[in-house]
Design a protein around this ligand. Structure first.
Ligand code: ADP
Ligand code: ADP
Length: 232
């Protein structure tokens, strides 16, 4: 069964801007889909439509299903936790003073015991190779380190899907490459289902199973990275 499916989804902002036109998208477990397109083509709006917590305000038509059930019938808290999101600005998502607090925070809210929290945090920093960041102040981290911590924090919530909105746009090239390599490991080693919006195609081709090219709110083309390179 598809994890997530959009059928004939269109969306207009209150000022009349048609941001999405008749979008059809199916995500199966373990997919890594890259959405590319120029600025303003609708990538962010599309990701927001999938993340119920932050859906944009406006007129939506069509259908979004999550595990075969309409979004409306899902419990908001459950969906919110199961869809993890990473944004362009690494700063935006950091809430706590110290890295370990940032990582523990979501698990504390879920009511996990201190032992469980320590164990899960230790596992994730090991997977990411960021043990040395645990006792650092979050505001002292580089953009790339912040984005890695954001990703680790989101993963600790054990989402079924990761949505990433140009997560490397503000990182230097080396940090961007490290971040994208981590995405590839999450997809290949943990089977994480990923949707990544990105306008710099060359950086993300290695990682994508499928690329969707957006233009003026529509999916203009869809294919494997190789097919898309030949097409554009
Ligand atoms: P992208 O992520 O590809 O840059 P967006 O989804 O942000 O594209 O934007 C799609 C279209 O919707 C653009 O024309 C943009 O100007 C418009 N848009 C985005 N946010 C709003 C908003 N809050 N109100 C009105 N129009 C918006
Ligand atoms: P709050 O209820 O205060 O908003 P949450 O428990 O929702 O806090 O989130 C705590 C932390 O866990 C956040 O800093 C965030 O990074 C992460 N987090 C939790 N759920 C999600 C999610 N669905 N997507 C992305 N990040 C999440």
């Amino acid at each position: 069964m598809a994890v997530l499916e959009m059928r004939n989804v269109s969306f207009s902002y209150p000022d009349g801007t048609q941001a999405l036109i008749d979008i059809n998208l199916r995500l199966d477990p373990g997919d890594c889909v890259v959405i590319c397109g120029a600025s303003g083509s609708g990538k962010s709006t599309l990701l927001q439509m999938l993340k119920r917590e932050i859906q944009p305000v406006g007129l939506a038509t069509g259908e979004i299903q999550w595990d075969g059930l309409p979004f409306a019938e899902q419990e908001l808290a459950r969906t919110a936790q199961e869809i993890g999101m990473i944004f362009q600005d690494p700063e935006n998502q950091i809430a706590m003073d110290e890295v370990w607090q940032e990582l523990a925070f979501g698990l504390e809210n879920m009511g996990l015991s201190t032992d469980d929290i320590r164990k899960r945090v230790a596992e994730i920093v090991h997977f990411f190779g960021i043990e040395d960041l645990l006792d650092r102040k979050t505001h002292e981290l580089s953009g790339g380190q912040k984005q890695m911590v954001n990703l680790a924090a989101v993963l600790l919530m054990q989402p079924k899907i990761l949505l990433l909105d140009e997560p490397t746009a503000q990182l230097d090239p080396i940090a961007a490459r490290e971040f994208l390599q981590m995405m590839q490991r999450l997809n290949e080693e943990l089977g994480m289902t990923i949707v990544l919006a990105e306008h710099r195609l060359e950086d993300v081709f290695a990682l994508a199973d499928r690329v969707l090219v957006m233009e003026h709110g529509q999916i203009k083309y869809e294919g494997t990275p190789k097919e898309v390179i030949r097409h554009i």
